[in-house]
Design a binder for this molecule. Sequence first.
Ligand SMILES: [Zn+2]
Length: 428
Amino acid sequence: MRTRFFNAYVITCNDKFDVYENGEVWVEDDKIVYVGKPKNGFMADRTINCLGDVLMPGFVNAHAHVPMQVLRGMAEESSFHGWWNAYIRPKEQKMRPDDIYWSTMLGIAELVHGGITSVLNNYFEQPSTVQAFLDGGIRAAVGVDVQYKVQDDLRYKDWENRFAALYKDSPLLTYFVTSHSIFSVNERGLNDCTRIAKKYKLPQTIHLCETLEEVGNCVKERNMTPVQYLEDIGFLDYPTTISHGVHVDKEDMDILYRTKTNVAINVSSNMKLASGIPPIYSYQQKGINLAIGTDSVASNNSLNMFREMFLVATTQKALLHDASVMPAKDVIMMATRGGAKALYIDDRVGQLKKGYQADIIRVSCNGIHWEPNNDKIANLIYSAHADDVVMTMIGGNIVFENGNYYIGESIERIIKMSREVAKRILDC
Ligand SMILES: [Zn+2]
């Protein structure tokens, strides 16, 4: 299949942040074969006139729990630890494999509708999740968790067995070793994660420094911050993406920089759960790779990269009392290339570039909230809505276009099944 996009405002997200005001992108099968000014010489099966809309790399969601979609609105106005222990975990225990499948499909619909083409997913019960990702056609880094409830001696073997059972060799799937957090996984469990990551050459991900309570408890127990603790046990010797990183000090930043650890920021979740505001600008100044995650809709109620981008930019301007920090261009790079790097797929994803995967979104600039279109880069961060995404392509396949989903199941069925799951979980 050969697709030609023309008459587009092409944001490449390449090293020079090249933009083509009247640009073209050509796609052959799963790859981009041309990006640049208009030219002839491509026999396309389908030609799409973008009418001046933005064409850019799909967003990379570097921290999410997609199967939690049906829990949206079930635990409101609660701070993190109460939210997790009293509401979320008991409800999660009631979810069956089939429930997780439909909940994940609902999440995939929201992801592609808002232009998210890759996601780093953290959850248990991965076979249902993997099946949903394969059916939905989204690019996913699947977090395979080291079960913290399994006895220490059995954990390593348990993980190997589960990984072998769910592993699917797909061009859209990669895998991460996931340990939930330092407060739910003991030191031996964390060491098992690193052992597994080394053996299978997989990156690791973990929630870290999300709340003051987590940091305070760690300092009290170990006389070390969570970042110092992970460095001390050798966890950060191996490629790692941490999520949150709200409460860190200068020494933590030095360690994260030295160990080339990626930080996935989840600013709306941190604000809604009253955890704090991450020091994004300080990370950036330190030279640490930053990515953006949505977290789950159980915590921030939306898989909306536009809202996250707006908050990444504006929270830092407000904190620093400086409107020049975190300019729109930097935030766009975080949401695309920074994310691809955090997922360890930046050799093929995150830019519109010849030879890269055709993960492309078209964002309509026609809404009244875009007029008079003086600055489309600024509009993307400060004015755009997730609904402005009119086309999402992943690996050369269009999965969302003009309100229609092409994700393996009808949207009507996904909504019906998800509502049934949500009702049962609420009732029991
Ligand atoms: Zn999370």
